[in-house]
Write a protein that binds this ligand. Structure first.
Ligand SMILES: C[S@@+](CC[C@H](N)C(=O)[O-])C[C@H]1O[C@@H](n2cnc3c(N)ncnc32)[C@H](O)[C@@H]1O
Length: 296
């Protein structure tokens, strides 16, 4: 990169350079990194575009941009990511929360609003940064959320988010292999999860940012991407109260079809609804446990 002297010239050069490196959102990434390094809001970059960068700022920005060009996610470089209107701390120990997961959160919130329970019991399986658990607890003050993960490093990040958002009285964290930590008569209202769902042989198809930087434990789930979801469906069935629901995110169209079939086999063909996003892409399913508590 050439000498970078002002905010504007830094942005112009960086956008061009990141685009050449194959970055899909070069302007957004450049703006986010510049705002972070300068300690200002993204829109404020345009209030003083001719502001000269100090040599320290320039060096810091160059380092961030070089790392971005190699595929490091912007969220890891900033240490933060917005999800469901909330700013979350993220580190390489956790998956970067994705916008598609907001469909899962919205489905849970819609169900909770309709159920209108006094203190609904929600379990978030594979909580990572705590994004789903904290988003639900923030939007539904009545909810009591248990957030589980197998990764101690992820749980540490989730604990920082729970504390930063002041949710410690309603979001509890625990280490667990899926729902193993819960007794089978737990009778929870909702199990919600964005489980790992990438098939092992899809590894080469993954974006470099995910493949080389995000934790493998957060991504892969057996040869067809359904190993964990299949276990989760069985484990959730036993821990849900009659009338409770499992809300689970899915991935590729093929993996989504497999999950639909396995959920219908466990919960019943009429008890499983697809969860489309605003573009009508199915992002997951809601599966209801019958009021009689019996399977199909
Ligand atoms: C796709 S990430 C989802 C993270 C977060 N819920 C989100 O939506 O951004 C899946 C998470 O499941 C966790 N995980 C993987 N295998 C698990 C298991 N057997 N039991 C519990 N958690 C698991 C990973 O550590 C990771 O944090």
């Amino acid at each position: 990169m050439d000498e970078v002297l002002t905010v504007r010239s830094f942005l112009d050069l960086t956008v061009k350079w990141l685009a050449q490196k194959g970055c899909e959102s070069p302007r957004l990434d450049a703006e986010l990194l510049a705002a972070e390094a300068l300690g200002i809001r993204r829109l404020d970059l345009y209030l003083s575009p001719e502001r000269p960068l100090t040599p320290t700022e320039r060096d810091r920005l160059r380092d961030l941009v070089r790392r971005r060009a190699k595929g490091e996610p912007v969220a890891y470089l900033r240490g933060r990511r917005e999800f469901h209107g909330i700013d979350f701390i993220v580190t390489p120990a956790v998956l970067v929360p994705r916008p598609e997961t907001e469909t899962i959160v919205d489905a849970a919130l819609e169900w909770l609003a309709a159920a209108s329970l006094d203190a609904p019991q929600v379990v978030d399986v594979g909580t990572g940064s705590g994004a789903i658990a904290c988003a639900i607890a923030t939007a539904c003050p009545a909810a009591r959320v248990l957030a589980l993960d197998l990764s101690d490093a992820a749980l540490e990040v989730a604990a920082r988010n729970v504390a930063a958002l002041g949710l410690g009285d309603r979001v509890r964290l625990d280490r667990s292999d899926l729902l193993a930590v819960l007794p089978t008569d737990a009778a929870v209202d909702i199990v919600v999860s964005n489980p790992p769902y990438v098939a092992e042989d899809e590894r080469p198809l993954l974006d470099v940012s995910a493949r080389d930087f995000e934790p493998a434990l957060a991504l892969f789930s057996g040869p067809e991407g359904t190993t964990l979801t299949a276990r989760l469906a069985d484990e959730a069935w036993t821990r849900l109260r009659p009338g409770g629901v499992l809300i689970v995110e899915t991935g590729s169209p093929a993996q989504t079809s497999r999950v639909e079939a396995l959920l219908k086999a466990r919960f019943g063909a009429l008890a499983v609804d697809p969860l489309p996003d605003i573009g009508r892409t199915v992002r997951g399913f809601l599966a209801r446990k019958s009021l009689e508590g019996v399977g199909p």
